[in-house]
Design a protein around this ligand. Structure first.
Ligand SMILES: Nc1ncnc2c1ncn2[C@@H]1O[C@H](COP(=O)(O)OP(=O)(O)OP(=O)(O)O)[C@@H](O)[C@H]1O
Ligand SMILES: [Mg+2]
Length: 140
C-alpha cells in the first residue's frame, strides 16, 4: 500500500488507523531519513493503541515502553530508536529482543534499516519518503 500524506496530521491519522489492524506481537520497522515522520507515525500508532503518555523520540534513551490503556489485547508499546545502534549486541544490550513477538506487545523501531539483520523475519516494514510538500509512505 502506498499513501501520500500532506501534513503531520495526515501521517498521524494514517498511523492511528493502521494501529486498529494490529493484533499484538507485531514488530514495525520504520525506515526513512531525518524528519521523514517516523516519530509522528509512532505518535499516531500510540494514540490508536491507547497510550496516554506523551511519546517522543527515544534517541538518547534508545528505548521507551508505554502502557496501552483500554486495548483488548495489546498492553504495551515498545518504542526503539536504532539510530545509534549498530549490531545484534546493541539490541541485546538494551534488552529489546525479549519484547519481540510477545502477543501483548507492539514494537515500533525508528531507523529499522540499521538493525535489519537482527529483526525477526515477520517484521512489517514501513518506509517514509520525504518530499518538500509531502511524504510518500509505503506499508508492506
Ligand atoms: N506529511 C507529513 N508527515 C509527517 N511529518 C510531516 C509531514 N509534513 C511535514 N512534516 C514535518 O516533518 C517532521 C517529521 O518529524 P519526525 O520527528 O516525525 O521525523 P523522524 O523521521 O522521526 O526524524 P528523526 O530521524 O529525527 O527521528 C515534523 O516536523 C512534521 O511537522
Ligand atoms: Mg524520530
Amino acid at each position: 500500500m502506498r499513501i501520500i500524506t500532506n501534513s503531520e496530521k495526515e501521517t498521524f491519522k494514517l498511523a492511528k488507523d493502521f494501529s486498529e489492524k494490529l493484533k499484538g506481537g507485531e514488530i514495525i520497522g520504520l525506515i526513512g531519513d531525518l524528519g521523514a515522520g517516523k516519530t509522528i507515525f509512532t505518535k499516531g500508532l500510540a494514540k490508536g493503541l491507547g497510550v496516554k503518555k506523551m511519546v517522543n523520540s527515544p534517541t538518547f534513551v534508545l528505548m521507551k515502553i508505554y502502557d496501552c490503556q483500554n486495548h483488548k489485547t495489546i498492553k504495551k508499546l515498545v518504542h526503539i530508536d536504532a539510530y545509534r545502534l549498530n549490531s545484534e549486541k546493541d539490541i541485546e544490550a538494551i534488552g529489546a529482543a525479549e519484547y519481540f513477538g510477545r502477543a501483548d506487545i507492539i514494537t515500533v523501531i525508528e531507523w529499522a534499516d540499521k538493525i535489519k539483520k537482527v529483526l525477526p523475519k515477520n517484521t512489517k516494514f514501513i518506509t517514509l519518503k520525504q518530499n518538500k510538500l509531502n511524504r510518500i509512505i509505503k506499508i508492506n
